[in-house]
Design a protein around this ligand. Structure first.
Ligand code: SF4
Length: 385
């Protein structure tokens, strides 16, 4: 029970959900919408949920992309499967729907934000340390240990900022002390469309694949995507005349998240192995010579900004992943690679498309080709030292 709701985050991001999704969504829609609908329908078909006492909630940014149709896709699938009575709640901050039966109380909001920030800490710590661990399985065990502690704390009757800050610091310190080897491995950034980037089933377990191939995966923070959405209101206010109130509110949101991440960022700064989270203003500064900040559909300028941020932090190998047919991200992802290479000839970027019918062998070959260049560059760097 969280914030008065019995909330279940679906964990079925797997091949079966993709197959179920294909039954309900035509595959000329985006792959992420297909997977989202597939996960929901797979969960309902499992019999675990009473359809008369269940609601579906999904977060939306409300941008100009097909993502804004997800709720309609979900409702259509529910109706088709005979679950028309299940309410679908759009969780958004731009007033897409009113959702009178759902109240985001401050307690629940705080727990969601704490959880998201800690999720990013886990991701950073685990991906940074696991490829070099001295004792096989030790990084995963440490993650599981802290995961249980975090779940307990976030489900406790009261959550406090002080306890949250201490938790962030302790997790980082513990991971920083994990015994690791001094091997040199190519570091490979993963950027792209948000769902394909973070749902392992959607990207055919790309992080595991990179680690198995002897590389370290570097995945920028999940929370930064929301910072991008908040930051966009500046451009919208200045150029499209949208509401000043919303811009001021969203800027306050950026400041609030920066404040929430401060304890973790300070600890990352002090650590041996980690670096603090990127600043959204810096990402916009990096992206703006290449694409306009007005590119706000899909991942927009943020995708370009993340690639530039990775390159500036020394991660020159990048896999840019997007759903097949995702026009906005092809423009700001694949479309900018040539421009980036002109200024950064060492940038080793490969663009990979994902969808239910994409050839895994083809994806693997392209990734291996990128990795062979990455390994060659690493050897040359080592010789130069
Ligand atoms: S960004 Fe791409 S994948 Fe996401 S909704 Fe838009 S077209 Fe679909």
């Amino acid at each position: 029970m969280t914030g008065g709701y019995n909330l279940h985050v679906l964990e079925n991001d797997n091949k079966n959900s993709i197959d179920v999704g294909l039954k309900y969504v035509n595959n000329d829609a985006c792959y992420p919408s297909l997977l989202v609908v597939g996960q929901i329908m797979d969960a309902l078909e499992s019999g675990k949920y009473d359809p008369d006492h269940t609601a579906v909630i999904m977060s939306q940014t409300g941008g100009g992309c097909r993502a804004s149709n997800y709720i309609a896709f979900i409702r259509r699938a529910l109706k088709k499967a005979g679950y028309a009575q299940i309410p679908v709640i759009s969780f958004n901050v731009v007033g897409l729907e009113s959702n009178p039966g759902f109240k985001l109380n401050p307690d629940l909001a705080v727990r969601i934000v704490f959880g998201a920030v800690i999720g990013d800490i886990f991701m950073k710590c685990l991906y940074r340390m696991r490829p070099y661990e001295k004792v096989p399985g030790s990084a995963d065990r440490l993650h599981k240990k802290w995961e249980q502690i975090v779940i307990r704390q976030l489900q406790a009757k009261h959550v406090s900022w002080t306890r949250f800050n201490n938790l962030c610091r302790q997790i980082i310190r513990d991971f920083d002390r994990l015994p690791v080897t001094d091997e040199k491995k190519p570091r490979v950034g993963i950027v792209g469309e948000i769902l394909v980037k973070f749902a392992p089933a959607a990207n055919n377990h790309l992080v595991d694949l990179l680690e198995a191939e002897g590389a370290e995966a570097v995945v920028p923070d999940f929370v930064d995507f929301f910072m991008y959405s908040f930051y966009n209101t500046r451009f919208q206010y200045e150029h499209y005349g949208t509401s000043k109130k919303s811009m001021v509110l969203m800027n306050a949101g950026i400041k609030a998240v920066q404040l929430l991440r401060k304890a973790a960022d300070d600890e990352f700064e002090k650590s041996v192995h980690f670096t603090p989270s990127a600043k959204i203003e810096k990402l916009a500064e990096y992206a703006s010579p290449i694409v306009s900040i007005g590119n706000q559909t899909g991942e927009g300028w943020f995708l370009t900004g993340e690639m530039m941020e990775l390159i500036h932090s020394g991660v020159e190998n990048i896999v840019c992943i997007q759903p097949f047919g995702c026009l906005p991200n092809h423009v700001v992802g694949k479309g900018v690679i040539k421009a980036i290479r002109q200024d950064y000839p060492m940038a080793n970027i490969v663009a990979i498309d994902y969808d239910p019918g994409a050839s895994e062998v083809n994806q693997l070959n392209r990734i291996k080709l990128m990795l062979s260049t990455a390994n060659r560059n690493l050897q040359e760097d080592n010789k130069a030292l």
